[in-house]
Design a protein around this ligand. Structure first.
Ligand code: HGY
Ligand code: MN
Ligand code: MN
Length: 396
């Protein structure tokens, strides 16, 4: 609630796009809170922030808790934020209790998880995990042509530590479920076993601008009509491959004038499924629909895949720490996979990783009305702390 002042919207949501002034302000606030707890704070070359509290043993790598503080343009107060601030609360509790862990404890804020301003998503946890190069990340442009590298420089978060150099031995990410399952089943905790596969594409349809009054229907090259049929075909790809999902979220229609037949349309495609083989099938079905529609309407199109994040399974030993943590705290829990992407999906490539979910109201997220109760935030944070300490005890 306190940090929602950094980018808070009149409707009670948050607009805190990656590396915006609002993101800088929440980063500065976060750094100060961690320093107050006696943590050292490091920033790497793509702005990932690592706050570390020492443990008894210098020979052990830290146990990390992490998520993200950037939001969607019409985001909510909890997506990403709960994982970072829940981790901060867990850190504060350790300090208040004077509890000394064996391993150091680390809290991470990953840059550009949302991928809304700079595609793709999970970009800088991806750089940390070696999925993307630092230069690729720096080169990514928002829709105004501003690069991620320039924005990092501008807000003073282009650290001098190489991405991947700050090491940890495990990461737990607390997050709201962003879907309806936990609420529907009256469960407080989601014991997350993995993340489904995700792929993003960009499509540009080119027709011919012409006069809406003087151009007969049969002689038009209507890029927006073609895009509309493509978007419907993409929806069908999702419907025919449940529980997969297929979505178009971003569309730009040019020239976007009332009395001009649209000549060019840009739109994005998001395909997801737990099984990579089915995702391959969805991709080929989607790619078969475009040329059919384009030739029917005498328009051209260009299409490219810009991101592929394969399905991920989390670390069994950490999943059992979460299960123990939920039992200890007495919360009803259930195993589940994540429909949404998370930094944990990439971090799982370089360190044992897992996630903890709590419900969100009506399963709604990526929406200014996103909401969860104080009790549920508390429950998730307690299970996060319990799981971290269960893992820490296993190191003794
Ligand atoms: O796209 C996602 O699933 C995440 O919210 N960035
Ligand atoms: Mn998130
Ligand atoms: Mn999100």
């Amino acid at each position: 609630m306190e940090t929602s002042r950094f980018g808070g919207t009149p409707k009670g949501g948050i607009k805190r796009l990656t590396l915006s002034d609002e993101d800088k302000r929440v980063r500065d606030w976060f750094k100060e809170q961690c320093a107050k707890l006696g943590c050292t704070v490091q920033v790497d070359e793509v702005g990932n922030m690592f706050a570390t509290r020492p443990g008894k043993r210098k020979d052990l790598m830290p146990i990390a808790m992490g998520s993200h503080l950037d939001t969607q343009p019409t985001g909510g107060k909890f997506d990403g934020v709960l994982g970072v601030l829940g981790g901060l609360e867990a850190m504060r509790t350790l300090v208040d209790m004077g509890y000394e862990t064996n391993a150091p404890i680390m809290l991470v804020n990953w840059t550009n998880e949302e991928g809304s301003r700079f595609a793709p998503a999970m970009l800088c946890s991806g750089v940390y995990a070696g999925v993307f190069t630092t230069d690729f990340a720096y080169s990514r442009e928002d829709r105004l042509g501003i690069t991620l590298g320039d924005e990092l420089q501008r807000i003073g978060y282009k650290g001098d530590i190489k991405a991947g150099e700050v090491k940890f031995q495990a990461m737990f990410e607390l997050h709201i479920e962003q879907g309806p399952i936990l609420e529907a089943e009256n469960k407080t905790i989601g014991v997350v076993t993995g993340v489904q596969g995700m792929r993003w594409y960009e499509v540009t349809v080119t027709g011919q601008e012409s006069h809406t009054g003087a151009t007969p229907m049969g002689l038009r090259k209507n890029a927006l009509l073609a895009a509309a049929r493509m978007i419907d075909a993409i929806h069908e790809v999702g419907m025919c491959n449940l529980p997969g999902v297929a979505s178009v979220g971003l569309i730009e229609n040019r020239p976007n004038s009332r009395n001009v037949v649209p000549g060019e349309v840009f739109f994005t495609v998001d395909l997801r499924h737990p099984d990579e083989a089915v995702l391959d099938k969805m991709e080929s079905q989607y790619r078969a629909a475009l040329p059919r529609i384009a030739s029917d309407l005498s328009v051209r199109f260009e299409e490219k895949r810009i991101w592929i994040s394969p399905a991920v399974k989390f670390a069994p030993e950490l999943i059992s720490c979460v299960r123990v943590g939920a039992e200890q705290a007495g919360y009803p829990a259930r195993d589940m996979a994540s429909g949404a992407g998370h930094d944990a999906a990439y971090i799982a490539r370089v360190a044992p990783t897992t996630m903890i979910f709590v419900p969100c109201l009506g399963g709604i997220s990526h929406n200014e009305s996103e909401s969860t109760t104080l009790e549920e935030c508390g429950a998730g944070t307690q299970v996060l702390l319990n799981a971290v300490l269960a893992h820490d005890r296993s190191l003794a």
